[in-house]
Ligand binder design. Structure first.
Ligand code: FES
Ligand code: FE2
Length: 346
């Protein structure tokens, strides 16, 4: 097909992203729900301002545009029956390919093939449902193999809802110079602020930063467990645009893996999913881990919701950078290569 005939998908109505940003972001995979949220009851959600409905019909997982083509009712207010989703307004039924297969008011009438709602690719991984709005070929999928490893304990905390952009959130997750300020209530150490230099290298999906310091990952009440002189290694791996994984190397070969998958609901609304795995304390009660994680993310939320401009500046001239910001400089450069930020937003 000549390229002039390829029609770019229309942007969602009331899209909060600049058009070039939306087109750059739409082909990537994002989590849109917990697996546990999606049953045979339609589940409504939103990604990049696109309203989506997610449901399981006869065991098949489907992500569709949450819009009945008849009179604009959301399919998520309908129900699932016989492997099909039924609109609650006039009962149109759509199969898992999105094709309308029944118009109850005219049972014998032919149904035009174009009466078809848009269906999106779907993957269920790490306790989450993932989708992408534009399928333009292979796209790197974030790796979190310990989720399926019996040597690890898997924990799925509640998601974190932010009135902030996904770019600002991820950059905060990669930031190593804020521990002694923002996280003194959890694991930060007031008297341990200096950031040693660290290497950053590019990877197929983004980059990795290997940060070694003496800031222990123990919470304030357990700092005494820190073996004197122990070097704490924190390995950050990113999959652009909005997913990062942190591996914290504990004493005695302990490893803690945290996936930070930020789902851009809109340009300034983000739902962060944080599956966690660890190969130690596997029989310990989970609540302290959930509480600790919740508090760390609450500390970050207080900052990220105040940052201005709300959008992450992609042009490096627009904010000041220090040596400790090597990760975030690389991050902004990576986003620029994706085509983001032509209009100062991400
Ligand atoms: S709006 Fe869905 S059937 Fe009429
Ligand atoms: Fe933080």
């Amino acid at each position: 097909m000549p390229t002039s005939e390829i029609i770019a998908p229309a942007l969602p109505r009331n899209c909060t992203f600049a058009e070039s940003d939306w087109r750059a972001l739409a082909p990537f995979w994002y989590p849109i729900a917990f697996s546990r949220e999606v049953t045979d009851k339609p589940f409504a959600t939103k990604l990049l301002d696109e309203r989506l409905v997610v449901f399981r019909a006869n065991g098949k997982l489907t992500v569709a545009r949450d819009l009945c083509l008849h009179r604009g009712a959301p399919l998520s207010s309908g129900w699932v029956e016989g492997g099909e989703i039924v609109c609650g307004y006039h009962g149109f039924r759509y199969n898992s390919e999105g094709q309308c297969v029944c118009i109850p008011a005219h049972p014998g009438a032919a149904i035009p093939p174009k009466l078809k709602v848009q269906i999106f690719p779907v993957q269920e991984r790490y306790g989450l449902i993932w989708t992408r709005l534009v399928d333009n070929g292979p796209s790197p999928f974030p790796e979190f193999n310990s989720w399926d490893d019996a040597n690890y304990l898997q924990v799925l905390p509640d998601s974190v809802e932010l009135n902030a952009s996904a770019g600002r959130q991820i950059e905060g997750f990669l930031d190593v110079s804020h521990f002694a300020f923002v996280h003194v209530g959890t694991f930060g150490e007031l008297d341990n602020r200096e950031v040693p230099s660290y290497p950053v290298e590019l990877t197929p999906g983004g980059f990795r930063a290997d940060y070694i310091s003496t800031v222990s990952n123990y919470s304030t009440a357990f700092k005494h467990l820190n073996p004197p002189g122990f070097k704490w290694r924190r390995l950050f791996e990113t999959w652009l645009p909005f997913t990062a994984k942190l591996t914290v190397f504990f004493p005695n070969d302990g490893q803690l893996h945290i996936l930070n998958a930020a789902s851009p609901v809109s340009a300034r609304q983000t739902r962060v999913f944080v599956p966690i795995c660890r190969n130690f304390d596997k029989d310990a009660p989970l609540q302290p881990t959930l509480d600790f994680n919740h508090q760390v993310f609450a500390e970050d939320k207080a900052i990220v919701e105040q940052q201005f401009p709300e959008d992450l500046p992609i042009n490096l001239q627009d904010e000041v950078h220090i040596r400790a910001d090597k990760s975030s400089i690389t991050y902004r450069q990576g986003l620029a290569k994706l085509g983001l930020g032509r209009t100062f937003t991400a």
